[in-house]
Design a protein around this ligand. Sequence first.
Ligand SMILES: [Zn+2]
Length: 469
Amino acid sequence: MQPSPRHVRDCYTNEPLRRLKKSAAFFVALFVVSLWVPQPSAQSTLTLVKAGRLLDPRTGNMLSPAAVLIEGNKIKQVGSPTQVGVPAGARIIDLGAATLLPGLIDGHTHLLLDIVVPPRAESERHSNGEFSPGLLLSVAESPSKRVLMGAQLAREDLESGITTVRNLGHSGIDGDTELRDAIKAGRVTGPRILASGRKLIAQGSYFQNLNPALADAILHQEFLLVNGPDGARQAVRENIFQHVDVIKVTTGEDISVAELTAVVDEAHRQHIKVAVHAADTNSVQTAIDAGADSIEHGNQATDLQLQQMRNKGIFLDLTPTFYDGFFLKITEPSIVLPQAVHDAEVSAAERGKKRYDELVHRVLKSGVKFSAGSDMCWFYPGKTRGEASTATFVNLHRAGMSPLDVIRAVTTNAAEMLGWSDRIGAIEAGKFADLIAVGGDPIADVTELERVKFVMKDGQIVKNNIVPH
Ligand SMILES: [Zn+2]
């Protein structure tokens, strides 16, 4: 076992040294020693990544062959290998014939939630179907246990090429903001996180019929309750106290336009965007009228609403999580469904798939700005969190979106939705060195996104299955 830096420091606290520290000679000695420490030259932080191809999602152009020069944690130059050259002292990473892409951005995830789908009988006696029993267990667990699980899921996301996530709730009071800061400080490995802190909801959403003696404590752990416009502003301020990056609100027919407008106004006044969960037509209208920055899910948005969103510049964050019988894939096979129930689930999945295909078609036709999020909060047997999330993005192609648009949804478009176009979402000079590489051509086969072979975040290699290292 390596001694920790703290242990090494402790070894120096002996009596002669303590006496020396008190003397002026000590400070002179310290100054001289500091001059002797070799300083890294600027060139030693240069990295040259070479690959067969580089996709620019914004234009759709494929640069071939490609070179990306990285200095520290930022991209310095992008071009052909001849244009970029090989600066003296640069570390060279040759990815052969692989295709480089910007690091993926998951616009909607829940890193501190990993719900095991309960048996059907358990779901049916709760008011919120599959979600509520698992969520209740999470809330009842130790926040420390939850955040450590979140650290694992964050690492799994990064290893699959997701270099930035927007975490939209279900993290306890400060689980996602603390995880974000721990990753930033290098204490744990994970993607950049934009954290929403607690979800703003109306009482009665998600949980109902809880033990009255415990209800307030349970709700407070997971949510901020919106009760009138003044209460809505207060909820935003409570989240800002935890240094959130974004406000998340869940709107059903239980939140008024006045309340949601107050949320948006308060958040915007403090330069924070608002993501609104709205699935049905009425909720989508509330979110549009209140001036949300992004509408999450939006499954029942009408053509007229998509036009209104386009005109107001509101993003639709598509979450094709349940596409094509998702629950049938994640339910334990040991829980045998009666044939009639199984058949009903299969036909419901087929209807849901058809509706989603239509939504994607209407979204593309409308010209509304769109991005994508996995909305992953489910335990997926046999897949890491990153594998489950990237598989969700690919569902958009199966629903009729071109591979280039799918890639845009999780790179350039998502960066714009987050307000981070200046730092992520593209391989361009000045942006963070968040790069991934896949073995084949992702425009010919977008499922390549499920098989990311090389991941770099902040100029640091997270994974390289192309070149042994
Ligand atoms: Zn969600």
